[in-house]
Design a protein around this ligand. Structure first.
Ligand SMILES: [Zn+2]
Length: 577
């Protein structure tokens, strides 16, 4: 490497003759020429312009897959941005830190600093921020990659921090902006995505008249900080020491993988029972929606598993015993896969299982008919580990009216129904009102003191289906601190035709806009309880697509984490003590 570097430096002064060119004539043996050319090329690429070379890879922490177009920012020890780059299709990046190129003098100015205006330069208008530590004349120039002047302005300034507006002018591409003061000059790069004929350099604004910015007295040669970031990933920072080259390999965790992801409704139990246990959660399937390997792909940490007893298939006197039998089957599944999952009755168990990379299962009995009008059956469900009950399925009970019932708007809970609600409150059992009629929901809200959930429903204002929630219901659930698991079932999302992932996002958006925040929103897929799925949400592997869509829609990472799981965890923690 030492010899190669000596050859490369030939290239530097003015680029009179390429170092490769110098060696071509004396060489007769082609094979040797080819080898030497290759060596020269790679070495010269690395040490271009006398810079220090930094390179590395950015990969997905859980999958090991390369992350394309990840942003790399490299800062010196004092926090000044030296350069930026992005990863290629293989997730690789490489930069030569232009020690010479970044300033004309080969060292950073002592009288001012120039901040990189990343990521703003991608917009048609941006600001160029800089700081001067003494008063004097400051000249700002912008020129293109050919070195042609695009715009220039001068200012007489006191010490302080400033920002100059830049409004796109000239052609699209890389532009350089320089700040000069007292014979010192500093240049940085910006990218103008579109050509523009706007005003170029414009107003100067004073950001601060206090200079507390610690200017770098000299270029920090011993270490630097590399930040890797990407849209759907959490950023990561590495500090590396380097002399001539340094390597920075990143394993970024996506926003989705970092978040606790809990889905509020799944019917895979039905698939297991329908196939007479041929369908096992442990195996990866190409049919149906749910299994452990696919949960892993989907980054799912928690699932409410439904115990649903068809009120028509089974006779009413066997609802409870059948539900208990189904619960045993679910427990057997969890037990058989205890390295991958566990059933939980408390919120902190979700956290601890998640730390062990296991999926937390929460059990819901979907339909109050399963208690067969007896409070002791409700108590037995609780004792067996059930922590959620959907008050009705599509069938009404003697004590609660379902949303599908023609009496739904007028008839609500009976006195026994209210007793069920109060018992659930006192036990610490979450009340689920998906499938429940409007008057019954009103009665539940008036009777319960706890936050309640609608585990798998949409917004009625977007799709007027009886299974969806009215604005009043959404507001009431939100006000109580409850959550709505937005359902993926196409007929609840759109009135006709195939639904897409975007339609789920529309329902989320609607609820967020109605309530004014995202605190009552969760996901309630209803996977394996639905015969069709939206395009883009075909099975449990697709949950990351929701995260990506929400981020693209401008949801904050905090709101995304709430929707993915934190909102439900709040309810779980509050109700199930
Ligand atoms: Zn359902």
């Amino acid at each position: 490497m030492i010899e190669d570097r000596a050859l490369c430096t030939l290239e530097k002064p003015g680029g009179a003759k390429s170092p490769i060119g110098l060696f071509i004539a004396p060489l007769v043996r082609l094979r040797r020429l080819a080898l030497l050319t290759l060596t020269l090329l790679s070495a010269c690429q690395l040490l271009q312009a006398g810079g220090r070379t930094m390179f590395g890879t950015v990969r997905d922490r859980h999958r090991g897959t390369p992350i394309t177009s990840a942003g790399i920012q490299i800062f010196d020890r004092s926090g000044i941005l030296l350069t930026t780059t992005t990863t290629n299709a293989q997730g690789q990046w490489q930069v030569s830190i232009p020690v010479v190129g970044i300033t004309d003098q080969g060292e950073l100015p002592r009288t001012f600093s120039l901040e990189q205006n990343y990521p703003n330069p991608f917009n048609p208008s941006t600001k160029i921020p800089f700081t001067v530590v003494k008063s004097g004349n400051v000249r700002i120039t912008v020129y293109n990659i050919l070195g042609q002047l695009v715009d220039a302005k001068e200012y007489d300034l006191q010490a302080g921090s400033y920002a100059v507006d830049w409004k796109a002018t000239g052609s699209a591409g890389v532009l350089f902006y320089s700040v000069e003061m007292g014979g010192e000059r500093l240049t940085k790069k910006m990218v103008q995505l579109d050509r523009g004929n706007s005003t170029g350099l414009g107003n100067l604004s004073v950001m601060s008249s206090h200079v507390n910015y610690n200017l770098s007295p000299e270029f920090a040669t011993d270490s630097c900080r590399i930040i890797a970031s990407s849209f759907v990933y959490e950023p990561d920072t590495l500090t590396v020491a380097f002399v001539d080259s340094a390597r920075g390999d990143f394993m970024l965790e996506s926003v989705h993988d970092r978040a606790l992801v809990i889905d509020l409704h799944n019917d895979v139990m039905e698939v297991i029972l329908r196939t007479n246990y041929a369908y096992q959660l442990a195996d990866r399937h190409t049919t149906d929606h749910t299994d452990i390997p696919r949960y892993r792909d989907g980054g799912v940490d928690g699932q409410i598993f439904s115990i649903w007893i068809s009120p028509t298939t089974y006779s009413s006197s066997t609802y409870f015993s059948t539900a208990m039998k189904f619960l045993d089957t679910l427990k057997a599944q969890a037990n058989r896969n205890k390295n991958d999952m566990g059933l939980v009755v408390r919120a902190d168990s979700v956290d601890s299982l998640s730390r062990q990379k296991k999926i937390a299962g929460i059990v819901v009995v979907e339909g109050g008919h399963c208690i067969e009008d007896r409070l002791e059956n409700l108590l037995a469900f609780y004792a067996a580990g059930v922590r959620v009950m959907t008050i009705t399925w599509n069938n009404s009970t003697s004590w609660a009216v379902s949303a599908q019932d023609s009496r739904a708007d007028n008839v609500g809970l009976s006195e026994f129904g209210k007793q069920v609600i109060r018992t659930m409150d006192s036990l610490g059992m979450i009340i689920d009102i998906s499938h429940v009629g409007r008057k019954s929901v009103d009665d539940i809200l008036a009777t319960s003191k706890n936050p309640i959930i609608a585990s798998h429903s949409g917004a009625y204002a977007l799709r007027n289906h009886y299974r969806n929630l009215t604005d009043t219901q959404i507001r009431a659930i939100a006000q109580r601190g409850g959550v709505i698991g937005v359902v993926f079932y196409p007929p609840f999302l759109v009135s006709s035709g195939q639904a897409r992932l975007d339609n789920v996002i529309q329902h989320i958006d609607y609820i967020k806009n109605l309530v004014g925040n995202a605190d009552c929103i969760s996901l309630g897929s209803d996977f394996d309880g639905i015969e069709v799925t939206p395009t883009g949400l075909e099975n449990v592997t697709k949950f990351p697509a929701i995260t990506e869509a929400l981020l693209q829609r401008g949801y904050t990472r905090q709101d995304v984490r709430k929707i993915l799981g934190e909102n439900f965890m709040r309810v779980f923690r509050t109700v199930c003590k």
